[in-house]
Ligand binder design. Structure first.
Ligand code: TXA
Ligand code: MG
Length: 315
């Protein structure tokens, strides 16, 4: 059920239910961080392995400091600049944070989401909320309340409009004085480097400690391939219902293609990012057998978009 009733959502969270909430990145599947049963329901609802930890969402830096044991200087600097916003920081956890949230790691993931309704919700609650993206494990992330409802018809979902960024937060951790990138996201590498200089890119690993790094992730049910030349890929395809996701324009139309979708008519990485998951949801609804995606230039948020489509294409 989709609702605009903030009080209802607040009550449900207080009584230990799991609810859908909007953020500026993607919708989340939220629960009280202090209610172990509710946290366990997040994992079972998503069918997510217990080894994959959750992000804690707070409304202020002061609250963030209650759930982290320590903020390194660079974390403090990044938080001051980017929060509220699509940046998740991995920090040593305070004793307040249970092992079920961190999957028994000594660190906790924290962010302040930049969505007016959800910030207001967090301010009225006595506890932070844990929220992974509101999709079943490895499936396409939700950027509209309707996407969440299609996955989880039995939960209450707070209406918050279309997610502005449309892709998950960028995740950073800290090692000594180094800043480490663990997941590409809605803030580009370049924007982070402008603040703190060099960063180490560890997004390529596939171990579980590594966020969003599960090789197969963010996936439609059909086959997906990513290429600089979508139409080259088409020549080998027979008898398939094909959708193509183009970056700025349909470069060459082919009668073999069921649907051409342009991710950013204005040709910006931000717009392509904001439209990417919704385009996948729509093509999946159309029942295509194959999605071919035009690869973006590897810079700015183009890198984030390519990262998601690469994972969506993994077998
Ligand atoms: O934009 C977002 O970050 C969204 C919205 C709802 O806030 N949330 C989100 O959560 O993307 P989720 O659970 O889908 O992805 C969080 C990632 C997971 O891949 C998890 O492995 C990683 O963060 N993570 C969480 N805690 C961690 C920790 N202590 N150390 C390393 N990775 C961690
Ligand atoms: Mg996710």
């Amino acid at each position: 059920m989709i609702t605009t009733d903030l009080n209802l959502i607040k009550q449900q969270l207080e009584q230990g239910d799991v609810v859908g909430i909007p953020t500026e990145t993607v919708y989340g599947l939220a629960a009280n961080i202090f209610n172990e049963q509710a946290i366990s329901t997040i994992f079972s609802t998503k069918k997510r392995p217990q080894t994959n930890p959750l992000i804690v969402h707070v409304h202020s830096l002061e609250k963030a400091k209650e759930v982290a044991a320590h903020f390194p200087p660079k974390a403090e600097q990044l938080a001051a600049y980017f929060w509220p916003g699509p940046l998740t920081l991995i920090l040593p956890k305070s004793p307040l944070i249970s092992d079920s949230i961190t999957a028994h790691q000594p660190t906790v993931a924290i962010r302040i989401p930049n969505h007016p309704i959800t910030l207001h919700l967090l301010q009225t609650l006595d506890f932070p909320i844990a929220a992974p993206s509101a999709n079943p494990y490895n499936r396409i992330s939700p950027t509209r309340s309707s996407h969440v409802e299609a996955y989880f018809p039995d939960i209450a979902i707070l209406e918050g409009g279309n997610c502005e960024a449309g892709v998950e937060s960028t995740i950073l951790s800290f090692e000594g004085d180094e800043v480490v990138l663990l997941r590409h996201g809605a803030i580009s590498i370049e924007a982070i480097q402008q603040k703190v200089g060099r960063i180490l890119d560890r997004t390529a690993g596939t171990d579980h400690q590594a966020p969003g790094r599960s090789k197969k992730h963010y996936s439609p049910l059909c086959e997906l391939i990513i290429s600089y030349e979508p139409l080259f890929m088409l020549s080998a395809v027979q008898e398939k219902k094909v959708g193509i996701l183009w970056f700025k324009e349909v470069k060459i139309a082919s009668p073999k293609v069921f649907k051409n979708v342009v991710l950013s008519p204005s040709g910006t990485y931000e717009e392509a990012t904001a439209n990417m998951y919704d385009a996948l949801h729509k093509l999946e609804k159309d029942g295509v057998d194959l999605i071919i995606v035009e690869r973006l230039p590897n810079e700015g948020l183009g890198r984030t978009v390519n990262d998601r489509f690469e994972r969506a294409s993994a077998k």
